[in-house]
Design a protein around this ligand. Structure first.
Ligand SMILES: [Zn+2]
Length: 59
C-alpha cells in the first residue's frame, strides 16, 4: 500500500501557483513598470524603509 501513500502524498503537495497581477497580467514577481499595483507596492516599500531608517537613526 505504500505506493498509494506516495500517490496521495504527491497529490497533496502544494502546487507552485504563480499569482498573476490583476493590473498588468504579469506574475507578481514581474510587474510591468506602468503597473499601478506595482507602483503602490514600491511606494509602501519605500515608506516602510524610510520609517525603519528613521527609527534606527532616532535611537
Ligand atoms: Zn502588476
Amino acid at each position: 500500500m505504500s505506493f498509494l501513500k506516495k500517490l496521495f502524498s504527491r497529490e497533496s503537495e502544494p502546487q507552485q501557483r504563480v499569482r498573476i497581477c490583476v493590473e498588468c497580467g504579469m506574475p507578481i514577481a514581474e510587474h510591468k513598470e506602468w503597473c499601478s499595483i506595482w507602483q503602490h507596492q514600491q511606494e509602501s516599500d519605500r515608506k516602510a524603509a524610510a520609517a525603519a531608517a528613521a527609527k534606527s537613526t532616532s535611537i
